[in-house]
Design a binder for this molecule. Structure first.
Ligand code: ZN
Length: 332
């Protein structure tokens, strides 16, 4: 093309010409390729010292932005942030990413995803953890530990297979002690009856853990809860909400769980309150503390609700933060 000063009209003309060419000049020998009509498996491997970690994509949900998705900001402002992040118009997209840690002696799954039964019918948009584990060559029976960050449905319901049986039948299930005490308290459940969302959360925990209550291991903050994995107190999102430092050799990654929900809103705007927080003011305080630390350490951070593969670095940007996603690494 002689004219390099392309403008939009030129681009449209080129596109139209291309389409016409495609329709008329395909060599007859080329059969039309069938469309795959499905996404590729979602898993991404990365190393932390000697540990091989895998980000497992449970899927993503797009839904019309609820009026109070951000409780302390007008909806217009939130819609503008969604548009700035190129989300579908009027919608918000929330991805879900459990992490698999292979320490060499143990296979540890941090959070378990939505489960298949939770949001049916979703046309397979969520609840993909099991199939993506299998695609990554991992037999669900080989998982030793499922380590929960907190007990919201998108993190915990994946411990059940579609038929209600245990999805990871040989795994020890570990839950923050504070989190377990909060959701298992009949007194707390009774207090929550007037709040539809909280009422549903309480009912969901009861349902998912019915019959396996005595098999759950409760763990405390500040402790090494599995080889090289330390539980970090990050309360606010829920009372027992926990993040993790995974360390091996001289390397470390911070698994932030839900210190923010989607970073396009709440890492960018750390003072915004997501509707799902039990104590939004404490969550806001936790967010600043955690990201100030992550930015100072130049730490690699994994976010359950970051876009797949859900790994990046956090930088301070005035009173806000910025997420710099890692680039796909073809070697590990
Ligand atoms: Zn979550």
């Amino acid at each position: 093309m002689a004219d390099l000063n392309l403008n939009r009209r030129d681009l449209l003309a080129v596109a139209a010409a291309g389409a016409a060419t495609a329709l008329t000049s395909l060599p007859a020998a080329h059969a039309a390729a069938p469309s795959a009509a499905a996404q590729a498996p979602g898993f991404y491997r990365y190393k932390v010292g000697a540990y091989e970690c895998t980000s497992i994509n449970d899927g993503a949900r797009s839904f019309p932005l609820p009026d109070t998705f951000v409780k302390n900001v007008p909806k217009d402002e939130v819609l503008a942030a969604a548009e700035a992040a190129y989300m579908p118009k009027g919608m918000v997209t929330v991805p879900f990413n459990p992490q698999l840690i292979n320490t060499g002696s143990k296979l540890i799954l941090i959070d378990s995803g939505n489960g298949i039964a939770t949001y049916e019918p979703t046309k397979g948009a969520v609840g993909r953890t099991l199939q993506n584990l299998v695609a990554a060559g991992v037999d669900p029976k080989s998982i030793d530990v499922v380590l929960m960050s907190h007990l919201h449905p998108d993190h915990t319901n994946g411990i059940r297979a579609a038929d209600g049986s245990m999805a990871f039948p040989n795994a020890e299930i570990m839950v923050p002690a504070k989190e377990w005490d909060f959701w298992m308290s009949d007194e707390n459940a009774a207090k929550a009856q007037s709040n539809e969302m909280m009422k549903n959360y309480f009912a969901n925990v009861k349902k998912i853990y019915a019959g396996i209550e005595s098999k759950v291991t409760r763990y405390d903050w500040g402790k090494e809860v599995a080889p090289g994995i330390t539980a970090i107190a990050t309360p606010g999102h829920t009372p027992g909400h926990t993040s993790f430092a995974v360390a091996s050799g001289g390397s470390k990654v911070l698994i932030q769980s839900d210190v923010t929900n989607i970073p396009e809103f709440f890492l960018r705007n750390p003072d915004w309150h997501v509707a799902y927080d039990t104590d939004p003011v404490l969550a806001q305080e936790t967010r600043h503390k955690f990201y100030d630390m992550a930015a100072a350490e130049k730490a690699m951070v994994v976010g359950f609700h970051f876009a797949f593969p859900s790994i990046g670095h956090v930088e301070k940007d005035g009173a806000k933060y910025r997420l710099v996603p890692v680039a796909w690494n073809p070697t590990i």
